[in-house]
Design a protein around this ligand. Sequence first.
Ligand code: SF4
Length: 478
Amino acid sequence: MSSDEQATNTASTETGTDLSGTEAGVADDSETHATAAATTSAGEPLVSVQNLEKYFWENDSLLDRLVGEDPVAVRAVDGVSFDIYEGETLGLVGESGCGKSTTGETLLRLQESTGGRVEFEGENVYEMDSGALTDFRQNAQVVFQDPFSSLDPRMTIGDIVQQPLDIHDVGTTDERRARVRDLLERVGLSTDQLDRYPHEFSGGQRQRIGIARALALEPEFLVLDEPTSALDVSVQAQVLNLLEDLQNEFDLTYLLISHDLSVIRHICDRVAVMYLGEIVEIGPVEELFDNPKHPYTKALLESVPRATTDERERDRETLAGDVPSPRNPPSGCRFRTRCPMVIPPEGMQIEQETFREIMTARERIENRDISLETVGGDQIELEDGSVPSEDVPAFVDLLHERLFDEPLPQRHRERVDEAFAELADTNWEAAESTLRTEYETVCERVNPGLGEGGHPVACHLYGEAGDSANAADPDSWS
Ligand code: SF4
């Protein structure tokens, strides 16, 4: 048996669970979650993130300024707030590029924030003097996603794990070496392997080395940034079980960043769902999985592979459109460009699906994402870029066919025809304005904000706008 297999089997035996990323595997931990969640609501948080912002700037070089380019903010993290309580695991979940990793790095001060505040044990991380910052860096560590690039290939694993102890001048040389041996054993590796190099280990073993290194300084808090996503499914479960064991043994507090909901459900007590730089829902893990509120959370849960045939055969709603750019995020609710529940204007009688299609057509017009040449194909030849007046009715019909699955009700057909006719004349602004005047939604005017309580959600369906007669029942889309 290889040492990797030994490590794998050790972790599996220790925990008595077999998690293969399936829902069957994750259900075993509900009791642990319930206990931990019950202890997290009391007392002061260990980590408090308040309105955290991290913007990256483009077109911001001296040359850009000389040629008159305006800097563009890429709002990777835009006003994020959450608390993490001692001994709990908070999951941060969302699609790739939503700002989760940047949030983790910024709260650890591996990147400087653009705004907001992070408190660790009540002290502002961004105002710490060098002594306090050194203590913070000992207390708050990170395990990175990629166990292949995060270990220096020229160092032995003994030196890698010992490096933080050397940097912080902890103990004598013999004490440091003894601690390294102890750490390697605790993460399921053999002390015989001290003098070997990272390339001699498998992915799962390398992640164990990364975890041992993160634990070297006896931290209280770990940011786990996609700690299993680069690993084989069979090894993922063992590393997660190891993290749980270590949390119990060393009273650790975790922020677990992951795009994988089965990982989140397995190990977390609470979950924060992120979309385009903002948190849209946060709550206890079982409650959020059993009763998701935000349409984005529902969509994420819908995307999880089903365990049973019955579930697989259930109709699944899919999300329209791509994730917008954080350079120019949508106004109001950032999910509105894809939300299947987007709220129609007050008093408007319209099917939800029809309204979604009209909003998507509006988006495409506002983004100039319709090629007028291709709408008419061989049937319509443009003159100076515009549709000849005699061809406008045909152009409008063809554009309807392209953008709508079903014919629109008469009233909406007339208004959309008007906008499409303006488009035929290349008057994009007028088309935009016509549709905005008729179909502007509260979801684009007002950012709903996250609110407060044990399970807050940033969605107008749960505020006053959701009480209006024409807003959909949020539970009607699951
Ligand atoms: S605020 Fe509007 S667009 Fe945003 S999630 Fe809620 S219903 Fe959808």
